[in-house]
Design a protein around this ligand. Structure first.
Ligand code: NAD
Length: 387
């Protein structure tokens, strides 16, 4: 039975501008921020795909002054943030534009933290309480449909010394504006479309099933699940299909809004450990682990899994059957879009204990619908490696 007695709050400081071709409004948006000098934050893949040229030509037309920092690695590292902050400071930028996937947007957020707090090491800002004031304002222009980072309050940065992904989180880190243009995602290669799409699906499924879910995030998550399940295969196989790309970008946006107001669960705890130790793509880590965690959680959230199956268009008679169908559909989707297995990531047996320990210490472990100990994580990692 639905129970809406628990208190919740919902805050979205980011204005969302969505549309095919909406990136052309970037100059106007920079002017609205009253910025004179803008630092563009991006990565080499975006330059190679020809997207940065499109963005700089818009800024040139508007006669805006800009510089470029393109030193963001996938799974951005603390050193990327610290170098980026030097580049932004030396230009005396009064705003940033982040053009890229979650790695670029997260790096821009973290750079903004260092610049506004006169900080040197991003590690000093780890957690939920260290960011004390608004960061350097920025516009997020996502080019992947996966992380939802354009509307979340966090940045995930790899601490190279300890090989783990730390989170810096505060509503002060939200983008001023998210410009979502499906055209910018057309160049994403199929394997990245697949893994980022599964990342978005994981956000939606976990946001809907964690202990701290609430009605607004539930509504966002269910529609995200529908959009993503119905469009991911098409976006992977027919990358030029602008409608499939549009559905994925909106699905990822809604999933990002959902999990940032609810939480993620054990899939993310395991995936972040894996990404920190092996530097593997975040979406792939989520995708390979999602079915294992879903199977493990199923009996603790039968009703919600059945509702997920319904959003996926599955037909069933009992809740048990529905929950099973949701898990099977996720497995099939991974196969249909050609995602690799956990084993193929080259994970070593001797690292499993360390990975389980890192997952158990992740702050989102307590949100998972089923209690998870280090031993439980170890069982799941071992199962995934044995398959
Ligand atoms: P990504 O940003 O690392 O990009 C992957 C690759 O795709 C890069 O090489 C990039 O250059 C390329 N690429 C991006 N857009 C392209 C385009 N349009 N055309 C061609 N190539 C393109 O991948 P991601 O999955 O978007 O981001 C992953 C990062 O985001 C991880 O570090 C993860 O931990 C983090 N993350 C953050 C949040 C959050 O709320 N802040 C949520 C989930 C994940």
């Amino acid at each position: 039975m639905t129970n809406i007695l628990r208190q919740f709050s919902f805050e979205l400081p980011t204005r969302i501008e969505y549309g095919v071709g909406v990136a052309s409004k970037l100059g106007e948006e920079v002017r609205l921020l009253k910025a004179q000098k803008v630092s563009l934050i991006t990565d080499p893949g975006i330059i190679k795909a020809g997207l940065l040229d499109k963005i700089t030509s818009i800024l040139k037309e508007e006669k805006l002054l800009y510089n470029v920092f393109d030193g963001v690695d996938p799974n951005p590292k603390d050193r990327n943030v610290e170098r980026g902050a030097q580049v932004v400071r030396s230009f005396e930028a009064d705003a940033m534009v982040a053009v890229g996937g979650g790695s670029v947007i997260d790096c821009a957020k973290a750079i903004g933290v260092l610049v506004s707090h006169d900080g040197k090491r991003i590690k000093d800002f780890e957690g939920k309480t260290a960011v004390k004031k608004p960061i350097l304002p920025f516009i997020a222009v996502p080019t992947t449909a996966g992380t939802g980072s354009e509307v979340t309050f966090s940045a995930v940065i790899t601490d190279r010394e300890n090989n783990y992904k730390m989170t810096v989180r505060s509503p002060f880190m939200a983008a001023k504006v998210a410009l979502l243009d499906p055209k910018l995602t057309v160049t994403v290669p199929p394997h990245i479309t697949a893994s980022t799409g599964m990342d978005a699906l994981t956000h939606a499924i976990e946001a809907y099933t964690v202990k701290v879910s609430e009605p607004i995030s539930d509504a966002l998550a269910l529609y995200a699940i529908e959009l993503i399940t119905n469009n991911l295969v098409n976006a992977v196989k027919n990358g030029e299909n602008i409608n499939a790309r549009a559905c994925m970008l909106v699905g990822s946006l809604l999933a990002g809004m959902a999990f940032s107001h609810s939480d993620v669960g054990s899939v993310h705890c395991m995936a972040e450990a894996l990404g920190g130790v092996y530097d593997a793509p975040h979406g792939v880590c989520n995708a390979v682990l999602l079915p294992y965690v879903m199977e493990y959680n199923a009996e603790f959230c039968l009703e919600r899994y059945a509702r997920i199956a319904q959003a996926m268009g599955e037909i069933f008679d009992t809740m048990e059957e529905g929950a099973m169908k949701a898990v099977e559909r996720v497995k099939k989707l991974s196969v249909d879009v050609g995602l690799p297995s956990f084993k193929s990531l080259g994970v070593k047996e001797e690292d499993l204990e360390k990975l389980a320990d890192m997952a158990a210490k992740n702050i989102s472990t307590k949100s998972n619908p089923r209690e998870m100990s280090k031993e439980d994580y170890l069982v799941l990692f071992k199962k995934a490696l044995a398959d």
